[in-house]
Ligand binder design. Structure first.
Ligand code: HEM
Length: 544
């Protein structure tokens, strides 16, 4: 049945890894550990303080000597599954009470009803899940992670890479990328890419072009404001275009001119493909996985979109390869990747950055703009800070480091409204969490949306107070693992520095240019599939 999905021909003739090596490849030295949050890593100690009652063999025998006792998986509290229906029925509209779109609220009620560690079992087509709302436990488990943590993600993409297009992604050893890839294959790929993508100057080199994209975005919204000077109902779509334009610059070394692209251009094909991918990925991942039984219409569109993104990516990699060969040097992230790791790795890396780097960033920006538009005094303080640093000159690398309040505002929005509401891991070994022995294979969700919004970790958590991130005395410091919007450790966000550059730049430009107001009913947030304001983002923009 699956063969009904059309197969693209990869324009790969000129691509063969190892054909090109440049000295510039060796300039990046940073590794993931350079970005780890918190103080020195502590020795992994997953079970200290507990005496084992469980029969799971993989637990270190030393734990048996310690008190108090480790409780079994069966004892973990959680909503009771029904015979045959498990807990899946709870997601049935009108009767179940749970909704995929409002997992945020489900998580809040799980914590209220069952405590800091809650299991949800009997979910059709999914492993058992454990929700953790205790920052110290999050820290202990994250710090004890092994060399290749497994993040449960995107089964549909996994199927695309490892089954449908395995001729491409499996053609070279360890060349399947980082998204939906695990174990040794993930680790080898990530090491190659992190050296380049997380190096000190990797993001900074894009300061000026990213600022130019932000300027183009401002020009665009000046044009599309309505007669009340408000952004149009499909404003989020415009923010997606800004994000796509910025990321193409970074990942593909090209300007797509998304704001003016003609219908038959390659840019527009890419824009449509990216939109189709985002529209379908949430449905395929969060709803009942019918695509596993037969290729549904949505699944076929999803595969076609991925094929388009991959073939456009490959064309740009070929171009980068030719430029590197002609000049003997590299001037961009893509060229650095080609030079350091070969063209196929560069192409797969660019694809992965594309798949997870666009709607995360655009939804974060939409959410930040919405939150700022509700708070004129925060905007004024931001405006003062920005004006003082820039004094009417263009942005240059390092400017944002002089804008602590801007950074604090972004952190505060991501604390209260993280676009990815939890960090997931599929346990690669039996692990004690909150005193329970959690079996290998369980999907654990470290729920920073809930932790970020409780007074246990942030005083007056429901108040928007960017100041809490500034000049904190030891007494005011919050738990470093209670808000981790970019994840943690070896698997943390590979594009964090790029995302921050893009977000800080565009927010800086918006605040410099406009006073923002929101004059409608307050918006609720929903999962779509990012955590984002639910409804048209109609912000009144008055020129300063
Ligand atoms: C506000 C924007 C963003 C947020 C909140 C965000 C958040 C995250 C989170 C929570 C993870 C999982 C981390 C973990 O499991 O510990 C992740 C992974 C990842 N992100 Fe981001 N991200 C953002 C933007 C970006 C951008 C712009 C890019 C690309 C340039 C990117 C590339 C990646 C990649 C490749 C991974 C997978 C890393 C791996 O599995 O090794 N992200 N991101």
């Amino acid at each position: 049945m699956r063969s009904r999905v059309s197969v693209v021909k990869w324009p790969l003739r000129t691509i063969s890894s190892g054909r090109f090596l440049s000295t510039t490849a060796r300039r990046s030295q940073a590794s993931d550990s350079g970005l780890e949050i918190g103080t020195k890593p502590v020795q992994s100690c997953p079970v200290k303080g507990y005496r084992a009652r469980s029969t799971h063999a993989a637990i270190d025998s030393s734990v048996f000597d310690m008190a108090p006792s480790i409780k079994s998986w069966e004892e973990v509290p959680g909503p009771r599954p029904l015979p045959f229906l498990g807990n899946t029925w709870r997601f049935t509209p009108y009767i179940g009470g749970y909704s995929v779109e409002h997992i945020d609220k489900v998580c809040l009620s799980l914590r209220e009803d069952f405590g800091n560690c809650v299991k949800v079992t009997g979910l059709l087509g999914r492993p058992d899940m454990l929700f953790v709302f205790d920052a110290s436990e999050v820290e202990r488990v994250f710090r004890g992670e092994d060399a290749a943590p497994h993040r449960p993600s995107m089964p549909s993409l996994n199927y695309y890479k490892h089954t449908l297009r395995k001729d491409f992604f499996g053609a070279e050893e360890n060349c399947a990328g980082v998204i939906a890839v695990h174990g040794e294959s993930w680790s080898a790929f990530r090491t190659k890419v992190s050296r380049v993508a997380l190096s000190a100057g990797a993001a900074a080199q894009y300061t000026v072009p990213v600022a130019e994209v932000a300027d183009a975005f401002i020009q665009r919204i000046r044009k599309i404001r309505n007669e009340n000077s408000e952004t149009p109902d499909d404003f989020l779509n415009e923010v997606h275009k800004w994000s796509l334009e910025s990321l193409s610059l970074i990942a593909l070394d090209t300007r797509l001119n998304c704001f003016e692209a003609s219908e038959d251009s390659e840019s527009m094909k890419l824009i449509h493909a990216v939109q189709t991918f985002f529209l379908s990925v949430g449905e395929l991942e969060l709803r009942a996985p019918w695509w596993r039984l037969y290729p549904t219409k949505m699944f076929r569109q999803y595969v076609a979109a991925l094929d388009t993104i991959l073939s456009v990516t490959l064309r740009h990699v070929e171009k980068a390869l030719k430029e590197c060969e002609a000049t003997g040097s590299s001037k961009s992230l893509l060229q650095d990747l080609v030079a350091a790791a070969g063209p196929r790795v560069a192409a797969v890396a660019a694809l992965d950055l594309f798949l997870v780097g666009i709607d995360t960033t655009s939804n974060a920006v939409a959410s930040i703009l919405y939150q700022l538009s509700l708070r004129p005094s925060v905007q004024e303080r931001l405006y003062e800070e920005i004006s003082k640093v820039l004094q009417d000159r263009p942005m240059k690398p390092g400017d944002v480091n002089q804008m602590p309040y801007l950074k604090a505002c972004v952190k505060e929005v991501l604390r209260m409204y993280p676009v990815v509401i939890g960090n997931g891991r599929q346990l690669t070994k039996d692990t004690v969490i909150c005193g329970y022995n959690i079996p290998k294979g369980t999907q654990v969700i470290f729920q920073h949306y809930v932790m970020g919004n409780t007074d246990d970790y942030f005083s007056n958590a429901s108040e928007f107070r960017p100041e809490r991130w500034l000049n904190r005395s030891p007494a005011q410091k919050h738990h470093a693992f209670a808000s981790l919007p970019f994840g943690y450790g070896k698997r943390m966000c590979l594009g964090r520095r790029f995302a921050e550059l893009e977000i800080h730049t565009v927010i800086c430009k918006m605040v410099q240019t406009f006073k923002m107001e929101y004059n409608h009913e307050p918006m609720d947030y929903h999962i779509h599939p990012m955590y984002t304001p639910n409804g048209p983002i109609r912000i009144k923009l008055t020129d300063r």
